[in-house]
Design a protein around this ligand. Structure first.
Ligand SMILES: *Cc1c(COP(=O)(O)O)cnc(C)c1O
Length: 429
């Protein structure tokens, strides 16, 4: 491989001595590449966020629910959130015990609620009516309730999940109704939870939102846990030196609140957080290959095989992902000198989907890219594969894992054309 633009992955030894061009050749592109060492270190960062002793990190699996990934998270001593029966299913497969799975559901059917009850996981309901449904299905059981403290935060309107305008959680105004239903069905409220939104880069809104949650908690004297939610951000603009979340500051501010509350509450109640992105985003680089470069009117387009069916965040949330360039040795480049390679140019990197919104990076300053180059999309481990689709009848990519000793293993096979049609039923014409 010729290093063209590899600053970020070099700085963290992301490929552990493997050549991304060779990985792309061996496994094909697009390809999600996960680094085990980085994943483990992100788990440990949050496990040690506070000194408060009764503290649990629930990894929120909707960010990345690869089986091998979940097995690693489990081996780090984390528990998990689930948002659907499918997540419960794969989490059990990864070895999580039912009581290590926190099912945070939203507008679910009776069948789905029953599934969670039968699987014996901890259930959190999201409205007074869903609490009533839970009570009917499982009188006498333990249950948790998600509240909406009235404060939200996040990087985009679509990921703010609390506050006055969102669909989530129970408005604290309805606490009397919650108490009534708990009594009616002899339910035991074991916990309350919230999740104010995704991707905060300073802990202020998070710490502030805890106050309202603790006020709610104080109205229920017999809780086992308080779940403060996820949303811990990561720096997506690493090339520009964006700083990571200051966990030390956040941890200290949290610690103060947790100890204070425990003192008032009269027991060392369990506190949980439920981060998804922080644990998973930085552990993955998504590799793709450049197949066509062209000028269209005033713009230069770099066309690659990473369409929004593979990584939808840029198209859906206008998200920024850093892009690196790795070049196969044999790439023909008569015109290339050290100087031209150092010249950056403004390009728009696009995928292979028939939609004009299929844009991975708009007007991005990058060193000159050539056909055949391998691109590395940074921080692709959260809401990457899990939000991928078969749009345009394209195959979902493979995933590989770089072990701590540098070995590479396949953790998900690339789909095959037969997978696309396996559930179709032809007419008998
Ligand atoms: C999505 C989600 C999370 C995780 O959010 P991140 O921003 O990835 O940390 C946590 N809790 C709930 C309820 C969620 O819906």
């Amino acid at each position: 491989m010729r290093s063209v633009y590899t600053k970020v992955t070099d700085s963290m030894n992301f490929f552990e001595g493997n050549d991304p061009v060779e990985l792309a050749k061996t496994y094909g592109t697009p390809l999600y590449v996960c680094n085990e060492r980085i994943l483990r270190s992100r788990c440990r960062d949050l496990k040690h966020l506070v000194t408060y002793p009764n503290f649990v990190v629930d990894y929120s699996a909707k960010a990345n629910s690869n089986l091998a990934f979940l097995q690693i998270v489990r081996s780090e001593g984390l528990e998990v959130d689930a948002m659907s029966p499918g997540e419960i299913y794969v989490e059990k497969m990864a070895g999580f015990a039912p009581k290590e799975i926190f099912y945070i559901c939203n507008n679910v059917s009776e069948e789905e609620m029953q599934y969670a009850i039968d699987e014996d996981v901890i259930v959190s309901v999201d409205s007074v009516s869903q609490l009533e449904m839970f009570g009917r299905l499982a009188p006498g059981h333990d249950v948790a309730v998600r509240f909406n403290p009235g404060v939200g935060a996040g990087h985009h309107e679509k990921v703010v999940t609390a506050g006055k305008k969102t669909k989530f959680g129970v408005d604290p105004e309805f606490i009397p109704q919650v108490k009534e239903i708990l009594k009616k069905y002899d339910l035991h409220l074991i916990g309350i939870n919230q999740h104010i939104g995704s991707l905060f880069m300073t802990g202020d809104a998070f710490v502030k939102s805890i106050d309202s949650l603790l006020e709610i908690a104080a109205q229920f004297p017999d809780l086992d846990f308080i779940d403060m939610g996820g949303g811990f951000g990561i720096p997506y603009k690493k090339e520009d030196g964006e700083a990571p979340l200051d966990l030390k500051n956040l941890g200290e501010a949290l610690d103060k609140k947790l100890f204070e509350f425990a003192e008032k509450y009269g027991k060392m109640i369990k506190f949980r957080i439920e981060p998804g992105r922080y644990i998973s985003a930085e552990s993955n680089v998504l590799l793709g290959q450049v197949h066509s470069i062209k000028h269209n009117h005033d713009k230069k387009f770099v066309g690659c095989d990473i369409g929004f069916q593979v990584l939808i965040r840029p198209a859906m949330y206008d998200s920024y992902h850093g892009i690196e360039i790795y070049r196969p040795d044999e790439t023909k480049q008569a015109d290339e000198t050290a100087e031209t390679a150092a010249l950056a140019e403004l390009v728009t990197v696009v995928g292979n989907i028939c939609e004009s919104g299929d844009i991975l990076a708009k007007d991005r300053l990058l060193p000159p890219i050539k056909e055949g180059d391998i691109l590395g999309v940074l921080d692709a481990g959260a809401y990457g594969f899990t939000m991928s689709s078969n749009y345009n009848n394209r195959l979902r990519p493979a995933e590989i894992l770089i072990r701590e000793n540098g070995d590479v293993v396949l953790t998900r096979r690339r789909e095959k054309l037969e997978d696309l049609v396996k559930d179709l039923i032809p007419l008998d014409l």
